[in-house]
Design a protein around this ligand. Sequence first.
Ligand code: RP5
Length: 163
Amino acid sequence: MNLKVALILGSDSDAEHAEKAQIQLTKLGIEHETHIYSAHRTPDAACEFAKTARSNGFGVIIAFAGMAAHLAGALAAQTTLPVIGVPLKGGALDGLDALLSTVQMPSGVPVATVALNGSVNAALLAAQILALSDTALQKKLQDHKNETAANVLKKDKEQIWKS
Ligand code: RP5
């Protein structure tokens, strides 16, 4: 059975960011589930999800949160699955708070933090982790990389930015 990716949102107001990751995972044919569990508003539910994620067939967890964004770290505290944190822009500090809260984990509890609003990279990183033991997925990721390169070279050839 192929492992799934969990997308955990700190709030329903984060949904547009999860959607970008969902689209990327779907393109790669990776099964995924999305839930809303807040580190602060529903800590017990977030904890329970992380504790049971491996036995429920997940291979990677992606956590999206803004402001005092402790969600990725709170999930990582409860599992040995890889956790990817997506800090979100917004609030009075426009995401700097979320970035630091997500990336500055203490030694022993890693969170792989992507850029502010880095939903697509989070999905690709999750796919690369799953592809360690999935050669068909490795090929899809290589195709995606080739396509990205071809698009850049096409724009260069057509001198599109000069128009
Ligand atoms: C965080 O606070 C959420 O991840 C969200 O980005 C932010 C604001 O949440 P809401 O007040 O919109 O629910 O916990």
